[in-house]
Design a protein. Sequence first.
Length: 393
Amino acid sequence: MFENRQPAPPDSILGLTEAFKADPNPAKVNLGVGVYKDPSGQTPVLASVKAAEARLLAGETSKSYLPITGDPAYGSLVQGMLFGEAALDNRVRTAHTPGGTGALRVGGDFIKAMHPDASIWVSSPTWANHKGIFSAAGLKIEDYRYYDPVTHAVDEEGFFEDLARVPAGDVVLLHLCCHNPTGADLSSEQWGRLAGLAAERGFVPFFDFAYQGFGDSVEADCAPLRAFVSAGMEFLVANSFSKNVGLYNERTGGLSIVARSAAEADAAFSHMKLSIRTNYSNPSSHGGGIVKTILSDADLKTQWMEELAGMRDRIKEMRSTLVQGLAARGVGQDFSFIEKQRGMFSFSSLGDEQVRCLREEKSIYIVKGGRINVAGILPGNADYLCDAIAGVL
């Protein structure tokens, strides 16, 4: 079974991190993996998380299994984060999943089981793992145009042209905010137009919401969902607490299904349970317990919101630092678009040859295609980074 196997190619992002770790250069910079870094270069445990964990430890009495879809209270709190006061009329059900990736995979398995002939449409470009997840679930994948490398913004014409030909019953994967890898988001007007198009064409939106709170705020970032709720549509939402609560290694997320009625939601949710049962059976407890503790306590929630705002503001500051630093070094190319983008990522417009030179000559690690994790820019490496980029332009 094993003797004739050749090694699989390394993951494009995690493989880059392994190379970074092995690099002996003390000035090395990792702008590849999508992990938040504080000004000292650490991925911190939030104070609100520490406080929540202390309460969990003090009150824990059992390590028994959770239900297949997790603690119902956790699901209710996730729904509050996603939909706020939106009138859903008991049309939504939420499962606690192992991170956003687990939510996407359960969603993919659910779609394949319910609609085996449906294709899933993903943005071009998209997160490197999206196609792998949905291919593993057995889904056919189609691309739609999204990013214009000339304007460094959403290719509005190409986007709507492509989605206008999506067949009824197919699924369209959409990044709600902080698009990975480009950092370019749809405007509120474009979201409204998209909701009308989805209702007209009859395709099913599947929202990937990995970065809630990293765009404008927790509430503002979920505003696009309101248009789809108001239209009475059915859709899926995969959300993650890896970034906004810093629970990377706790693998904590959720998959919510919004149906057209309570009865339809119950029926669909029963099939989602089957997907979970044959995948990982039920979710782990600790990360969900942290989120539940924070979101259900007013003081902890306020503390977490303040910490999240601090992370969001630091990322915006580093965007400005990079743009201003390149301008100060006499770089003629206009990089101001980086300040207009949102979230941790940006398409830097660096070409693959420039990316190679930065890695081999300066130990600066950037994903092929030029995507950078802005959170990897630190006060201590910003000058080195700007000097290096200026040197390859």
